[in-house]
Write a protein that binds this ligand. Structure first.
Ligand code: MLT
Length: 256
């Protein structure tokens, strides 16, 4: 297994709660939640490989590879079981983790994410974009993506900066990994841990219906829909997002 040691921030103590960022961002998207969560859990915010201060090896970053990095982090911190919450691509990684390592999971959170794989056209778009980013850099992504992530203009400059700082190779490697991801719908029914599905009603990247579908198929799943949020509920509605995650931690620790 080709794991890399992930860079991470850590706060609080108690049940291990690992929050995974989405594409092409880093752990700082969760910063506004720390104050709401650190009294409830041992909060761990990693940078996925290639992002923030984590190493950036070459090759496609498959969701399974990223999940293996998370397992490596848990092993190095001697965490037997964790509540894993992933935003968007981080949700794809969380699903890959749930499939490969169900015994290491105490709870699961899927924030603005989905279980369906890419349609063939979407896969092709990602492969083309990966090639473009390698040729021309991430600038056009940094210009165009923030407005699709959120309509809250105050978040556009920091998001633009975050995306502009992502290395081109990392962005291309993630796009290839997302394009290759498997459909998870047919095995959602085997996830046996409490699972929060949280989605913004105004999400322009992943339609709300996909969250509703996942919640229906998860044996211990429930849906939290946030009317005034898009693809970035942790920035747009930090208190409500944190409250939903606190409930998940409670369910994982004490049962619901
Ligand atoms: C993300 O926010 O992580 C990505 O945009 C998800 C995707 O492109 O499927």
């Amino acid at each position: 297994m080709d794991r890399v040691p992930l860079s991470f921030e850590e706060y609080g103590q108690g049940v291990a709660l690992i929050l995974l960022h989405g594409f092409p961002l880093d752990h700082t998207i969760w910063d506004g939640l720390v104050v709401h969560l650190q009294d409830k859990a041992r909060l761990i915010l990693p940078d996925l490989r290639g992002y923030g201060r984590s190493p950036a090896p070459r090759g496609a970053y498959t969701m399974r590879l990223l999940a293996d990095d998370v397992l490596g982090l848990m092993d190095s911190l001697q965490i037997e079981k964790a509540v894993l919450v992933g935003h968007s691509m981080g949700g794809y990684v969380s699903l890959a983790f749930a499939r490969a390592y169900p015994g290491r999971l105490a709870g699961l959170g899927l924030v603005a994410s989905q279980a369906v794989a890419d349609a063939p056209e979407r896969r092709q778009e990602r492969i083309k974009l990966a090639a473009k980013v390698v040729r021309r850099g991430v600038q056009s992504l940094a210009e165009g993506m923030p407005a699709r992530l959120t309509t809250r203009a105050e978040w556009h400059p920091p998001l633009r900066e975050l995306i502009a700082n992502a290395p081109s190779q990392t962005v291309a490697a993630s796009l290839k990994g997302m394009a290759a991801r498997e459909d998870a719908l047919d095995w959602l029914g085997s996830i046996q841990v409490p699972t929060l599905v949280l989605a913004g009603a105004e999400d322009q990247i992943i339609p709300l219906e996909r969250a509703r579908l996942m919640a229906q198929m998860l044996p211990k799943g429930w849906l939290v829909e946030l009317p005034d949020a898009g693809h970035m509920p942790m920035l747009e509605q930090p208190e409500k997002t944190a409250a939903a995650i606190r409930e998940l931690v409670h369910c994982a620790a004490a049962g619901c």
